[in-house]
Design a protein around this ligand. Structure first.
Ligand code: AAO
Length: 482
C-alpha cells in the first residue's frame, strides 16, 4: 500500500482541490502528462450534502450523503472518462476517501445527486446506512480528548459528523464496495480522510479486502492501491502516526510545519543538512509530504504559520527544497484564491464550479491559483524526475541561511534566504558545460531565458542569488544543458 505506482520516471502528485473532472482530464493531456507529473489527488467524488445555508463552502464535500459518484465536480461518466484519459498520458488518480463519517445535522438534507437523509434517525437510504451502522452511545470529540483519550477520538464524532462504526460488517462492505468500484475504474489509490478517527485494526480489514489495481489501465499485475492516511501528529497526543505506518503511508504534517518555519527564518536553513528521520520525521517510504494542504492553508486542521501561495517567495523556496531533497513522496497543493476561509471554489449563482481559464503565459485565471503551473514549481518537478534516486552530496552552507547541495551527478540546487547576496564558487558535481537555471527561466532552443550557469572542468561554478531577486533559489540539472 506504500507504492504510488507512478509511471516510470515520475515522482510527484498535485492536489487539484475542487477541480471538475472534465477540467482535470484536459489538464492531464495539455499539461500534467507532458510535464511529467505522477498523479493527482482529487476532491471527494462521492455525493455530498448541499449546504446553501453557508453558501456552498468547500467543506460540504466532507459530508457524505452516499457513495454515488455525483458531485459539483461531475458525474460517474465524467469521472470514468477523467481516469481513463489521465492514465493514458501516465498521470494517476488518487481519491480522497471519506469513510470515517457521513454528514452533520442540518436543516437542508439534499445531496449533490438528489439523495435525501433523515439525520435524526441516522438514516442514509441511498447507501443504505441506519442507526446500527454508527458508533453508540452518541458523543462528540472535545479538544482535550486528543491529548488523553484515543477511544473518544475514534468512537465519538469529529465536529458533529455522524461517526460510522467500521467494526460493523455492513459498514465494511459498503466502504469496500465503494473503493473497489473506484479501483475497477482505474484509480491508483486513496487518501484516507480522518484516518486518526478510525481504529487501525478496522482499517486493516478494509485495506486487505481491496482489489488489485486494474491492469487494463496500465498497472502491473498484483499491484496494490497506494494508501496515504490523514493522521495529524505533531506530537504529544494519545494517537500516534506510528499506529498507522504498519498499514500504509501517512501524511507527514511535521514536514510542512518545519520547512515553513525554516523558510520564514524561524530556523536556519543550514540545519536542514540532516533533513529526514533525524528531525523526527517518519521513514521516507512511509511519508506523504507537502508544505500546505487544503485545511492548513486556511487555518483548519493543524493550521498555523504554514506557508502558502500567499507568501510566494518563501513558499516557492520551501517547495523547491521539498522537490530537490529525496525525502518522502511529495504532493503539491493547487488552490483557488480565497479571503474567506470557508468560501467554496469559484462558482456561478447556481453553485456550479467555474472552470479555470488558461492565460497565454500558462498561468490560470477565473480565481484559480494553479501553483502547479508556476514555472518555479513545475520545473522542480522535472528536476526531481531527472535526479531520480541519487543521494544528497556536497552539502554547503554559509553557517546560516544560504545552502547548496548536489543530487549525485544529475542536479544541483542553491538557496539564499539571507538579507545579503549569495555569490560563491560552489561544487555542482555536474559535467562541464552551460546549464539553464530552471527557477529564473528555462531552456528555449539553445539558450536560457533566465540565468546561465557555466560549470568548469572541476565541476565548480559561480553561483549568484541576489537577496532582492524575485526568487531565492537556483537549480540546474542534466535535463537542461544549453
Ligand atoms: C463543518 C463545520 C463544522 C460543523 C461540521 C458538521 O465547519 O462547524 O460542526 O461541518 O456539520 C472539513 C472542515 C470542517 C467541516 C468538515 C465537514 O475542516 O470544518 O466541518 O469538513 O464539512 C481534525 C481531524 C482531521 C480533519 C481536521 C479538519 O483529525 O482529520 O480536523 N481533517 C479532515 C479533512 C477536512 C475535513 C475532515 C477531515 C472531515 O482534511 O477538510 O473537515 O471530513 C488537533 C488534532 C487534529 C484535528 C485538529 C482540528 O490539531 O490533532 O487531529 O484535526 O485538532 O480539530 C495545533 C496542534 C494540532 C491540533 C491543532 C488544532 O496545531 O499541534 O495537533 O493545533 O487544534
Amino acid at each position: 500500500f506504500k507504492n504510488p505506482h507512478y509511471a516510470t520516471g515520475r515522482t510527484t502528485m498535485v492536489h487539484l482541490f475542487e477541480w471538475k473532472w472534465d477540467d482535470i482530464a484536459a489538464e492531464c493531456e495539455r499539461f500534467l502528462g507532458p510535464r511529467g507529473f505522477g498523479g493527482i489527488q482529487i476532491s471527494p467524488p462521492n455525493e455530498n450534502l448541499v449546504i446553501w445555508s453557508r453558501n456552498r463552502p468547500w467543506w460540504e464535500r466532507y459530508q457524505p450523503m452516499s457513495y454515488r459518484l455525483v458531485t459539483r465536480s461531475g458525474n460517474e461518466q465524467q469521472f470514468a472518462n477523467m481516469v481513463r484519459r489521465c492514465n493514458n498520458v501516465g498521470v494517476r488518480i488518487y481519491v480522497d476517501a471519506i469513510i470515517n463519517h457521513m454528514t452533520g445535522t442540518w436543516n437542508e438534507n439534499v445531496g449533490t445527486g438528489g439523495s435525501t437523509a433523515n439525520f435524526g434517525n441516522w438514516h442514509y437510504p441511498a447507501v443504505p446506512y441506519g442507526r446500527n451502522d454508527f458508533n453508540w452511545p452518541h458523543c462528540v470529540i472535545q479538544g482535550h480528548d486528543y491529548a488523553c483519550c484515543a477511544d473518544r477520538v475514534r468512537n465519538c464524532e469529529l465536529s458533529g459528523l455522524k461517526d460510522l462504526n467500521q467494526r460493523s460488517e455492513h459498514v465494511r462492505t459498503m466502504i469496500v464496495n465503494y473503493m473497489n468500484r473506484l479501483i475497477d475504474m482505474g484509480v491508483a489509490g486513496f487518501r484516507i480522510d480522518a484516518a486518526k478517527h478510525m481504529w487501525p485494526s478496522d482499517l486493516r480489514v478494509i485495506y486487505d479486502r481491496l482489489r488489485n489495481l486494474n491492469t487494463a489501465h496500465g498497472f502491473p499485475s498484483g499491484a496494490r492501491p497506494y494508501i496515504y492516511q490523514e493522521v495529524i501528529d505533531l506530537g504529544g497526543e494519545a494517537i500516534s502516526r506510528n499506529e498507522y505506518t504498519p498499514l500504509a503511508a501517512v501524511t507527514e504534517f511535521r514536514f510542512g510545519m518545519e520547512l515553513s518555519r525554516a523558510f520564514t527564518r524561524g530556523n536556519q536553513l543550514r540545519w536542514l543538512v540532516n533533513w529526514g528521520p533525524q528531525w523526527g520525521l517518519l521513514g521516507s517510504g512511509d511519508a506523504l509530504t507537502f508544505i500546505d494542504n487544503h485545511d492548513n492553508q486556511r487555518g483548519h486542521g493543524a493550521g498555523g504559520n504554514i506557508l502558502t501561495h500567499k507568501r510566494p517567495k518563501e513558499y516557492k523556496g520551501a517547495i523547491a527544497f521539498m522537490l530537490a531533497h529525496p525525502y518522502g513522496k511529495p504532493q503539491l497543493m493547487s488552490s483557488f484564491s480565497f479571503h474567506d476561509t470557508e468560501a467554496g471554489p469559484p462558482m456561478d449563482g447556481s453553485g456550479n464550479i467555474i472552470s479555470p481559464s488558461i492565460n497565454s503565459d500558462n498561468t490560470c485565471g477565473n480565481g484559480w491559483v494553479c501553483e502547479h503551473r508556476w514555472r518555479q514549481i513545475f520545473q522542480m518537478v522535472a528536476f526531481r524526475n531527472t535526479v531520480g534516486n541519487t543521494a544528497v552530496t556536497n552539502w554547503w552552507d554559509n553557517g546560516g541561511n544560504q545552502i547548496a547541495f548536489c543530487r549525485g551527478t544529475m542536479g544541483f540546487v542553491a538557496f539564499n534566504n539571507e538579507n545579503w547576496d549569495l555569490n560563491q564558487r560552489l561544487q555542482t558535481c555536474l559535467p562541464a558545460g552551460t546549464y539553464c537555471d530552471v527557477i529564473s527561466g528555462e531552456k528555449s532552443g539553445n539558450r536560457c531565458t533566465g540565468k546561465s550557469v557555466v560549470v568548469g572542468n572541476d565541476g565548480r561554478a559561480q553561483i549568484v542569488i541576489g537577496s532582492h531577486e524575485y526568487d531565492m533559489v537556483l537549480a540546474i540539472h542534466m535535463g537542461h544543458q544549453s
